[in-house]
Design a protein around this ligand. Structure first.
Ligand SMILES: [Zn+2]
Length: 254
């Protein structure tokens, strides 16, 4: 059903949450736009104005690597200080109550971890932009440390252990989806008796396959998103409203 108004929607979602044992939330950009983080991929988003740097270009060209880091450090200025919103807090509350084993996310902003969900219980399909790793040996680097060197030398240096390229721990355009995260997302999805999509337009596969899988596996499916999604027709509950208000209201978190 498509909820006729927000009050009915919250009441119905609260019932679904109360009658479920294993709630698996699946989050996209919409939960973080409420915290001031732009949705890069949406129409009008940054990637429609500025061509994303393809993974193969990052590997092939020092210029592309420099530009990629310049953009990353510019992001820090605009939303490096973003904090978890009411939607993130509502999910953290379900997690603490043992109702939810964690969260599957398309976001790279670390806000679920910041809201109190243990890092090992956040399955990140597109990686994480709040730290960097060596593409060859996996060594981890802090963004602030890399920035200091970049500002001094004009480039981020290669890995100090193996001289591999150091890149934000995100999945770039042209880079394959991380197999471990994909397998874990499927595992989590199959545990769910309630699968809640929050702020994802569900147009990108393979990510959009998870709510379909949950539904086919017998879970109830709720979708909270400002715009319609292609999976609205198979959902038990569809809410076209703000995530913080709806999720916060349903779980009782301010
Ligand atoms: Zn390395």
């Amino acid at each position: 059903m498509i909820a006729p108004d927000v009050k009915t929607a919250i009441a119905r979602l609260r019932e679904l949450v109360e009658e479920s044992d294993v709630i698996v939330p699946f989050t996209g950009a919409g939960i973080s736009t409420e915290c001031g983080i732009p949705d890069f991929r949406s129409p009008g988003g940054i990637w429609t104005k500025m061509r994303p740097i393809d993974f193969s270009d990052f590997l092939a060209s020092q210029e592309a690597r420099d530009e990629s880091w310049r953009r990353r450090f510019a992001m820090e200025e605009s939303f490096g200080g973003a904090a978890p919103g009411r939607g993130h807090k509502a999910l953290a509350s379900l997690y603490r109550a043992g109702k939810s084993p964690g969260v599957v996310t398309q976001n790279i902003d670390n806000l679920h971890q910041a809201s109190g969900i243990a890092a090992e219980h956040v399955v990140e399909l597109h990686g994480n932009t709040t730290y960097a790793t060596c593409l060859d040996c996996g060594a981890r680097y802090g963004i602030a440390d890399l920035r200091a060197v970049f500002e001094r030398d004009g480039a981020v240096p290669p890995c100090e252990h193996c001289l591999g390229h150091v890149k934000t721990a995100t999945v770039s355009f042209g880079q394959s989806m991380p197999p471990v995260a994909m397998a874990r997302a499927e595992e989590e999805t199959l545990k769910a008796d309630l699968f809640i999509v929050l702020g994802s337009s569900l147009v990108v596969y393979p990510a959009a396959g998870f709510p379909e899988l949950a539904k086919h596996n017998g879970a109830k499916l709720a979708i909270v998103n400002r715009e319609k999604t292609p999976l609205d027709r198979i959902a038990n509950l569809v809410i076209h409203a703000g995530i913080g208000d709806v999720m916060g209201g349903a779980v009782g978190v301010n």
